[in-house]
Design a protein around this ligand. Structure first.
Ligand code: ATP
Ligand code: MG
Length: 432
């Protein structure tokens, strides 16, 4: 019988990779806490209508990427392709986006983390089940908050050490009225060049001409050079808003590149949009993307509530850390201490390990599957434990253990010591 395999584009996270993910997730959660954001968790399944209404019918996601099916009641459900719509739905449903109500009214600063699903062509950095961290700030219309959201992402790059590898691209796409006017003029211009546009862009001409701006097709980009420019359509208020965002970023020392053709693939954005991109991951170069979406909450049936946020792809961030070899060594240390023991000392080793865990809060693994010291040592080294304790007759006859370091000296000039159990505890206590 053939073994059953995972679904293409949906990866398992194996034990050798999970420490890196735990590290990344913990660092990000710390940053989010430091900015006063609270976690929200929502179901992975939602009514299909939620995404159609928020992301937009004429978008890549809704047109061709969603996992949608009828459940046993005949309701159309969709595995969430992104986190913003669900967050808005949940916050609205809980009544925490209303002004002036007691329990957690606006403003709200929220974050989420979890799997998202899109039926795309799987490749490096592009999966069908992938994972995002996202933040959403509700109830604050000011440009400073757009800047704050960007500063949060910037702080994440700093703690993980990837700042040098990512650049911020920034644009303002104005109001929906501005975009409608621009879209009309863009249409009038492009319709004259229809035959020379790529296939996707031809299709979008009637449905969503703005999306043609970020077409990757060279021929289309050439034609766009002569097209009307969105910047010329942005109303004064939104221009001032955008200038203020840039001012705060300037004062915070965050550099950026204005990218006039950045429009983002989701319909709900307006005013500020941004992406953090890297050239280290090939064509899957966007690590984090976001912007302001003041119309979304109302669009989903709530009171008009401004919002701004981002989504960050964990797989791409993890790939970046690995590619640039920026993962600290300790991340791969599965335990702090590994105990190798000859068969007659395994029980003693278990008891010793109990003591080390409870008294010194160490992570300890005991070798309990037999084998000689040589093979046990190999197993110990596989865990990258910085310290290994040996319990073998040779030393135990004198009531001593041997403690050994494989990545440096234990004490000056020595990488191994023979000590009693008490001596071991003293040694480890001093090291803490
Ligand atoms: P792309 O242009 O790469 O398709 P997107 O604009 O569709 O990205 P968003 O919806 O803005 O992406 O999602 C935010 C982030 O989530 C992306 O910048 C990326 O890091 C990550 N992401 C999106 N889709 C995938 C995917 N299929 N696999 C892995 N990560 C993804
Ligand atoms: Mg996409």
């Amino acid at each position: 019988m053939k073994n059953i395999q995972a679904i293409r584009g949906m990866n398992d996270l194996l034990p050798e990779q999970s420490p890196l993910w735990q590290y990344v997730e913990a660092e990000i959660a710390d940053v989010l806490a430091s900015y006063g954001y609270n976690e929200i968790r929502t179901p992975i399944l939602e009514q299909t209508e939620l995404f159609k209404r928020s992301i937009g019918e004429v978008t890549d996601i809704v047109e061709k990427e969603m996992y949608t099916f009828d459940d046993r009641n005949g309701d159309s459900l969709t595995l969430r392709p992104e986190g913003t719509a669900s967050t808005v739905r949940a916050a609205e449903q809980a009544g925490i986006l209303s002004a002036g109500r007691g329990r957690g009214s606006i403003p709200q600063r929220l974050w989420y983390c979890g799997p998202m699903f899109r039926h795309e062509k799987p490749q490096k950095g592009r999966l069908r089940q992938f994972h995002q961290f996202g933040i959403e700030a509700f109830g604050m219309p000011g440009a400073e908050v757009d800047a704050e959201v960007i500063l949060v992402s910037n702080a994440i790059w700093q703690v993980l050490g990837v700042s040098e590898a990512v650049t911020l691209e920034l644009n303002s796409i104005g109001s929906s009225e501005d975009r409608a006017k621009f879209g009309k003029d863009l249409y009038d211009y492009l319709v004259g060049h229809k035959e020379s546009l790529d296939e996707d862009s031809q299709r979008r001409l009637d449905s969503n001409p703005l999306r043609i701006l970020d077409s990757k097709d060279e021929g289309t980009q050439k034609i766009l050079e002569g097209a009307p420019k969105l910047v010329d359509y942005i109303n004064e208020e939104d221009q001032i808003h955008f200038a203020k965002v840039r001012e705060v970023l300037d004062r915070a020392g965050v550099s950026y590149r204005i990218n006039p053709s950045l429009v983002r693939g989701l319909d709900y954005y307006g005013k500020t949009v941004f992406e953090w991109v890297t050239d280290k991951l090939g064509s899957q170069g966007t690590v984090c993307a976001g912007g302001r979406y003041d119309g979304l909450v109302a669009q989903l049936g709530g009171d008009a509530t401004p919002g701004v946020g981002f989504g960050l792809g964990i797989e791409r961030l993890v790939l970046l850390l690995e590619t640039l070899e920026l993962v600290p060594d300790w991340v791969y240390q599965q335990v702090d201490l590994y105990v190798c023991a000859e068969a007659q000392y395994v029980a003693d080793a278990m008891i010793l390990a109990e003591q080390l865990r409870s008294e010194l809060a160490l992570r300890v693994r005991v070798h309990a599957n037999g084998g000689g010291m040589k093979s046990q040592t190999k197993a110990a080294q596989k865990t990258n434990a910085p310290l290994v304790v040996f319990m073998q007759e040779r030393d135990m006859v004198d009531g001593k253990l041997m403690i050994r370091s494989y990545d440096g000296e234990l004490v000056e000039g020595q990488d191994q010591l023979n000590v009693t159990v008490d001596g071991l505890i003293d040694f480890l206590t001093e090291g803490q």
